[in-house]
Ligand binder design. Structure first.
Ligand code: HPA
Ligand code: ZN
Length: 335
């Protein structure tokens, strides 16, 4: 064990592969955007908002998440949101970030897709120089809005296809199986995009099977309920399908009762390629390195295991081979 576990968690060069940019909206920036845009947030102040970060399940979080993001209206709002995330991510040793955004959550409120993309890109374009972080964008479909709306969203995204690396599937999971989205994922694959989907966060192992076999995803987001199905877990390990695990999120959304009960050790023992991520860091009490140090503290993972999580994150990224090898070499050189 390192004498300074938090230091090791922070200093390891790593990729973050499961971060919703709207979930990086800190209360201070939310109130600032609300003021600028003349929007009244239904909370007294920053402290009042933070006190509400006590969730009973995924839906109770999503209610607050969608209310909060209502303050994001202009390109400047999205630029400042991404800048805020990247500044924090740099402090946490992130060298590459694959960032989710929810197009429908904005277009349904009358905010144009081009406003979202222009705003995010104004930040991401100089992320390497300013923060030493390379970035990619992944557009997620809201599964509770259904497959037809996902298809219309994909049509709207197509003219911007060169600005995104992949598509994903998020929002309320239970009752919304992945197989309903087969057609839109098939079109995304034909367009040369990478594919990911949230599955097995709250939903059953069957949803993870569907994400793999029907959608053909390159990675599974969360995937923790795969531990309930030994055949599924063997398949994930055999094919080395990366899981983007978000330990602090799982506890905050009560998918797992306490961190020391988390299935991460079981995943690792079974040979799964697990990565550690923050999910919605402004809401779940920690950025990515905080997740590394939490599993070190609560689950007893040592420095070697933390290095392996960081290596998995780089290998599982959608970076080109040269860039992946370069980051892996940096990781090896980090003491
Ligand atoms: O944890 C999550 N699960 C599903 N959808 C989401 N959208 C933001 N965060 C999440
Ligand atoms: Zn997520």
């Amino acid at each position: 064990m390192s004498p300074d576990p938090a230091g090791m968690a922070l200093s390891l060069p790593k990729a973050e592969l499961h971060i919703h940019i709207e979930g990086a909206l800190e209360p201070e920036l939310a109130f600032e955007c609300a003021r600028r845009n003349g929007i009244l947030l239904p909370y007294a102040d920053v402290d009042d908002l933070r006190r509400r970060y006590d969730f009973s399940n995924l839906q109770s979080f999503l209610d607050l998440y969608y209310t909060g993001m209502n303050v994001l209206r202009t390109t400047r709002d999205f630029t400042e949101l991404a800048d805020s995330y990247l500044a924090r991510a740099r402090e946490q040793g992130v060298r590459h970030a694959e960032i989710f955004f929810d197009p429908q959550a904005h277009t349904l409120r009358g905010v144009e897709l081009s406003t979202v993309l222009d705003g995010l890109e104004a930040s991401l374009a100089t992320s390497r120089e300013r923060f030493g972080i390379s970035t990619r964008l992944i557009a997620c479909f809201l599964r509770d809005r259904g497959p037809e709306e996902a298809m219309a969203t994909f049509d709207a995204l197509l003219p911007h296809a060169d600005r995104i690396t992949g598509v994903g599937l998020d929002s309320a999971e239970s009752g919304y199986p992945p197989d309903a989205f087969a057609a839109v994922f098939s079109r995304a694959r034909e367009a040369g995009l990478s594919l990911v989907a949230h599955a097995g966060e709250e939903g059953p192992p069957e949803y993870v099977w569907q994400a793999l076999d029907v959608l053909g995803v390159d990675r599974v987001d969360h995937g923790i309920r795969a531990v309930e199905d030994a055949t599924l877990l063997r398949r994930i390990a055999r094919d080395q399908v990366p899981l983007t695990v978000c330990p602090l999120s799982n506890v905050r959304l009560r998918c797992v009762s306490t961190l020391d009960q988390h299935c991460l050790p079981h995943l690792v023992d079974t040979g799964v390629s697990a990565t550690l991520n923050s999910d919605d860091p402004a809401y779940f009490g920690g950025y990515v390195a905080d997740n590394y140090s939490a599993v070190q503290r609560e689950l007893g993972f040592g420095d070697t295991a933390l290095r392996e999580f960081a290596a998995n994150s780089i290998r599982a990224s959608f970076l080109g081979q040269d860039e992946r090898e370069q980051l892996l070499a940096e990781l090896t050189a980090t003491t």
